[in-house]
Design a protein around this ligand. Structure first.
Ligand SMILES: NC(=O)C1=CN([C@@H]2O[C@H](COP(=O)(O)OP(=O)(O)OC[C@H]3O[C@@H](n4cnc5c(N)ncnc54)[C@H](O)[C@@H]3O)[C@@H](O)[C@H]2O)[C@@H](O)CC1
Ligand SMILES: [K+]
Length: 514
């Protein structure tokens, strides 16, 4: 954002114009939040930098529009610099009532009188967690029972990574500028933002051509051009033949959920390969998905090395029409699983590794990364936080974005670090943060469906990062469509309307974040 501002200012737009546009947008949203009182009263908390500057602009405009405005300042106006100083001067000139210092006493009184609080304390310039007196003031705002509109970011939230180590102001709405920031999408920051409005203030999208951001919000602009509807004269084999390696008779559901989702996501054919003892139960539940018995030393206990356990997998994958594989869900943890993962990575074009396939490498992650390096096409890892920690113990303490990015670089795989704010990261440094997942998606089997969707997209020939990102997005959309009370079984059918909408919306051009 700092570079976007700088480039815009260098191209001839004065910084104060940007600030006036930003403060104007804040004032507009503030008014939409004030519908009940005849003479609404707005309490504006202004910090020492340009975030405070946006607050001064909003104060001036709301005062000019006849609202009662009260400003509490963290620092004396004489310490203000640049655009913030200009905005303060304009506010004073407009006759906004005299400011007061922000103290627990002035805040307490202000909160009893206000219909709305505008938090313009810290935005993009937050350079450390809130501490001491600031923590107390944020706590008072949060306990005050008055709705809060945050300017750019709720004060205390780090825009770059979503951390909020010292706590933060809890906003009902947040107005941000030009583009959403990671802090609006990543938890815990996201939890403080409320509804986020992203408004345009005169920064041209063309500045991004120079900045070349390698981080985006995960939506169709990222991957739509890499996904194609079936060709009119096409054949099912044009869209790949995916294989899911399923678990033993007591753990068949995960593989079935994944296989069904892969087919629904558009793979031409899907085969579920499972131990012979599990064949009947899978066959009883599946129709369009094919089943195939595959002996893999299942009679041996999980901790016994068995060189031969992966032989049948190798044999099966000699059929080169089987171009994409998923292994891990319900598969079991142990050396046999490692054997099978090695066989898959050595033979198939592209693969998704999930659940037990990841956990089986807890004590030897380097062996997995070595095998990934030897795989012909993209490999996607889909760990949840626990699986991630087992595979990348030293990265777990990092913020989610850095953790996923470093994991992708280290493993050579596309990493989908799952959660309410799933991060998708590629080994080349690109990353996307997902924002469409409803809380209802946190349910048993949901991850198996996600693995299956990504598998289905890979089978169709999509590149790894785009397939993973699109899969995560489709999973979120299906969850939204399925709605409250959903279970994992509901998700695959709800992919149908999601895909229908994508088909109706071909070719994407330049874009603006809403
Ligand atoms: N031209 C521009 O740069 C524009 C900036 N805009 C606004 O400017 C903001 C960024 O302004 P700044 O870079 O001045 O930064 P901020 O105003 O967000 O904060 C910086 C100030 O806060 C202090 N600070 C940081 N963390 C603190 C903490 N934990 N406790 C106490 N003090 C702390 C810093 O020492 C510094 O004085 C954006 O968030 C946005 O609201 C908008 O007006 C649009 C145009
Ligand atoms: K703020």
């Amino acid at each position: 954002m700092a570079r976007a501002d700088k480039l815009t200012i260098a191209a001839g737009t004065p910084g104060i114009d940007l600030m006036n546009a930003a403060g104007g947008a804040v004032a507009d949203v503030a008014q939409t939040m004030l519908t009940t009182s005849d003479l609404p009263s707005v309490l504006i908390l202004c910090g020492p930098g340009n975030n405070g500057g946006d607050g001064f602009v909003a104060a001036r405009l709301l005062h000019e529009r006849g609202l009662e405005v009260k400003t509490l300042l963290l620092k004396k106006p004489s310490s203000l610099k640049g655009d913030a100083a200009l905005a303060y001067a304009a506010m004073s000139e407009a006759g906004v009532p005299q400011w007061l210092p922000l103290t627990p006493a002035s805040l307490k009184k202000g909160l009893t009188e206000a219909d709305l609080v505008i938090d313009a304390l810290f935005g993009a310039g937050l350079d450390r967690p809130l501490e001491g007196g600031m923590v107390k003031l944020a706590g008072m705002v949060n306990a005050g029972g008055v709705p809060v509109l945050a300017v750019d970011l709720p004060s205390g939230v780090n825009g770059a990574d979503g951390s909020a180590g010292g706590g933060a102001v809890r906003a009902e709405r947040t107005v941000t500028f030009f583009r959403q920031k990671p802090g609006h999408l990543l938890f815990p920051g996201r939890g403080f933002c409320g509804v986020v409005d992203c408004v345009q203030i005169g920064i041209k999208a063309s500045v991004l051509e120079e900045i070349e951001p390698d981080l985006t919000l995960n939506d169709e602009r990222l991957w739509r051009q890499d996904w194609h509807s079936p060709a009119a004269g096409g054949h099912k084999y044009d869209r790949g033949h995916a294989v899911v390696f399923g678990g033993p008779v007591h753990a068949t559901g995960a593989g079935r959920l994944a296989a069904g989702a892969a087919l629904r996501a558009g793979a031409g054919l899907v085969t579920l390969a499972c131990p012979p003892s599990a064949l009947m139960v899978n066959a009883c539940h599946l129709t369009a998905v094919m089943v195939r018995p595959l002996r893999r030393g299942e009679e041996l206990s999980g901790d016994v090395e068995d060189e031969g356990s992966a032989g049948p997998i190798r044999e099966m994958l000699e059929d080169k029409r089987l171009n994409a594989a998923l292994i891990g869900p319900g598969f079991g943890v142990g050396p046999q699983t490692r054997e099978c993962v090695m066989a898959v990575l050595g033979a198939v074009e592209t693969a998704v590794l999930d659940a037990d396939a990841l956990t089986s490498y807890s004590s030897s992650p380097e062996a997995l990364f070595f095998a990934i390096a030897g795989c012909r096409g993209p490999v996607v890892l889909t760990p949840h936080a626990g699986e991630f920690r087992r595979l990348f113990p030293d990265l777990f303490s990092l913020d989610k974005l850095s953790a996923a990015r470093q994991a992708a670089q280290r493993s050579g795989a596309v990493v989908v670090l799952k959660g309410a704010d799933t991060v998708i990261a590629a080994p080349d440094g690109r990353a996307a943060i997902n924002g469409n997942a409803p809380a209802w998606l946190a349910t048993a089997g949901s991850g198996d469906v996600l693995g299956g969707i990504i598998l289905g997209l890979l089978a169709q020939g999509m590149p790894g990062f785009e397939a993973a990102a699109m899969g995560v997005w489709m999973h979120g959309e299906a969850g939204r469509q399925a709605g409250p009370g959903l279970t994992a079984e509901d998700l695959a059918p709800y992919l149908k309307p999601v895909i229908a909408r994508l088909v109706e919306k071909p070719g994407q051009g330049a874009h603006e974040i809403r």
